[in-house]
Design a protein around this ligand. Sequence first.
Ligand SMILES: [Fe+2]
Length: 225
Amino acid sequence: MNNILAFKSFSPFLPEIEIPVYISTLEEKYLEKLLQFCLNKIPSIFKETDENLIPPGKTSPPPAHWLTNRGWQYNILDNQDESIVYLKQHILKSYHEYCEDNDVTPEKIYAHGWLNECPTGTKIHPHNHEHVLDGNNPLELSYLSGNVCIRTKNTVTNFKSPFVNMWAPINNESGKVYIFPSYVTHSTSENNEEETRITLAFDLITEYIYNLNSDHYNGTFCELK
Ligand SMILES: [Fe+2]
């Protein structure tokens, strides 16, 4: 379902903008399988990724305990587990519906996904995906990103107006998938629950972007089909 973030303006010098966010829901039985898959996978991600590698565009390695910044070293969607196969199909279907709702022609797309965990008292700070997590695609081609709430309770994702410091919240609900334009700055509220908040984030790029730098994207993006 298309949800509109409406940033109103009462000034002739401030543009008004409506940003569509597509929200869909995973089948419950696959959500449970996806949660189990992720819980099993997180320790091996820490083991198999290099904490000393400096992410593209950064000048120092990320904190060793922070899962998010290791995302550029793997693609969680490049996996044959049935929960991931289902999720990829779901994202592709949602992408097509999102395009239809917004009168956009769907294209062949490639996806890169990574896991995030927010233990009690932590949150994800404002950022956007205009360059995609592990690449440096031209900003004029900025496309789509998304977020899958795998285990979230009482948190919101806040989306920022591209013009001024105005924010619009969307509730996070386990099992929901959110797709939004990559340029939109977003953050989360603090996780105040005992359980660690777990989400899967993803970037979608078109074949045109993929082919601009296929050597680089070959290892980290997989085609959704
Ligand atoms: Fe993000």
